[in-house]
Design a protein around this ligand. Structure first.
Ligand code: A2P
Length: 415
């Protein structure tokens, strides 16, 4: 066994686990010093740029980002090596010794320090779950050990003539424990290989059913999945994961990983209110939370539910029928339709502005938790609406926003 002195100075190298990473780009967008980059296969961390600020760790949906190896300071894993990995390298004897993160013990230049602080302050430090959220299980089934689920239902949610094909899929885990909470996601591994001959990576989907199952006390979950037929620029593509899932038949077997997510969770304490803002399939976690509350209505725990839901038209809106049947004293629903012939285009942020007084009251209520899920473009519009509402009430969004984050009252999942 080598003694530490025989190695040059040790460093803790920040890496990304290629087996778990779903290549969502969140880490690259978050990194305040541009230490993260990617090629067509892997996301990687540049040893000489990473200062160990950890800004990228909380937003990572899978935890792939939180991977570390001890290396000799003069011999870190290069970016080229990391691009070639299918798996993280095994730990070595070096991992048994104390080591500091490469850049953390170097003087961090002022401008980098400011960027790092801005990145973490904007998120109120690490993301937190509401104090009364139930304890989530995370990553019980990693990609190397998925669980096999059986499809017990697959129903189209949008009208036959609607432009989007959104499905409600029910997966049953049989006797295998698969505990999930509202707001968590699961991974599905499509069968077959990608263009490089490698097994497909998992695709993540938010669970649309409450913790006790789509069918109460069955070991099953529901998902809301939109068939992807074009990319962000409108060019035709065939989404591998979504087409696989939307085409599943009753009885088919599916490889499932997860569950994932430990902060986008609903509060459970009596009197806690929930404001939900979503577009399209971003409604999945909102359906899960609403259904949890609906099933417990007779407990009279109090707390309000307010929903802002954006879609092109009623026929394009998943769960439109069932949502309309919910009593108004249970949930305050605000639809925003953008493509109804003869009607002005409306986005969720327009409806939020129209309900400024209600929204302001909820922003002020320490027991109100806010959830945003859906199109990335919607996020900026919603934040701008909150800013305007604060201004109209003589308050400052830039002061309130970090407070909401620090109190785990503000949760965003956009894509
Ligand atoms: P639009 O008609 O402009 O596409 P999708 O059906 O593509 O999932 O979108 C769901 C809803 O979100 C649609 O009504 C869509 O409107 C709307 N939307 C698109 N961009 C934004 C945005 N920047 N802010 C809010 N809503 C948006």
């Amino acid at each position: 066994m080598n003694a530490p002195a025989e190695h040059a100075r040790l460093a803790r190298q920040h890496l990304i686990d290629p087996e778990i990473c779903i290549r969502c780009n969140t880490c690259e967008e978050t990194c305040p010093v541009d230490a993260i980059t990617h090629d067509s296969l892997n996301y990687v961390v540049a040893f000489d740029k990473c200062n160990g600020c950890l800004a990228c760790v909380p937003p990572c949906p899978t935890g792939a980002i939180d991977s570390w190896r001890n290396v000799e300071f003069v011999k870190p894993y290069s970016i080229e090596e990391q691009f070639s990995w299918d798996l993280l390298p095994d730990t070595t004897e070096l991992d048994g010794f104390e080591a500091s993160v490469a850049g953390a013990d170097e003087a961090i230049p002022d401008e980098v320090q400011q960027l790092t602080e801005a990145a973490t302050a904007g998120q109120g430090g690490p993301a937190l779950a509401p104090w009364s959220a139930a304890h989530p299980y995370v990553n019980l089934y990693p990609p190397a050990r998925p669980v096999t689920a059986t499809v017990t239902g697959n129903f189209r949610l949008t009208a036959e003539d609607a432009s989007s094909d959104i499905h409600h899929i029910v997966l049953d885990f049989g006797a295998t424990p698969f505990p999930v909470l509202e707001g968590q996601s699961i991974g599905i591994i499509p069968p077959g290989t990608d263009a490089n001959g490698k097994p497909h990576l998992l695709r993540m989907y938010s669970v649309a059913s409450p913790r006790e199952g789509e069918r109460p006390h069955y070991n099953n979950v529901a998902l809301t999945v939109k068939r992807v037929t074009e990319d962000h620029d409108g060019r035709p593509v065939r989404g591998v994961g979504s087409n696989y899932v939307c085409d599943l038949k009753k009885g088919d077997k599916v490889q499932v990983t997860g569950p994932y997510g430990s902060t986008f969770l609903m509060p459970n304490h009596p009197g806690s209110s929930i404001m939900m803002i979503c577009t399209g399939t971003g409604s999945a976690p909102m359906r899960a939370m609403t259904e949890r509350r609906r099933r417990r209505r007779d407990q009279k725990e109090g707390g309000e539910l307010v929903l802002f839901f954006g879609a092109r038209a009623p026929s394009e809106l998943p769960y439109f029928g069932p949502l309309q049947k919910l009593p108004q004293d249970f949930i305050d629903i605000n639809f925003a339709f953008s493509r109804v012939p003869g009607e002005p285009k409306r986005y969720v942020q327009d409806r939020i502005r129209e309900r400024a007084d209600k929204v302001w009251a909820m922003l002020q209520d320490e027991n109100c938790y806010i959830y945003i899920c859906g199109l990335k473009g919607m996020e900026a519009g919603v934040l701008e609406a909150f800013r305007d509402i604060c201004r109209a009430h003589g308050a400052d969004w830039d002061t309130l926003h970090p407070r909401l984050l620090a109190n785990a009252r503000f949760h965003v999942e956009t894509y």
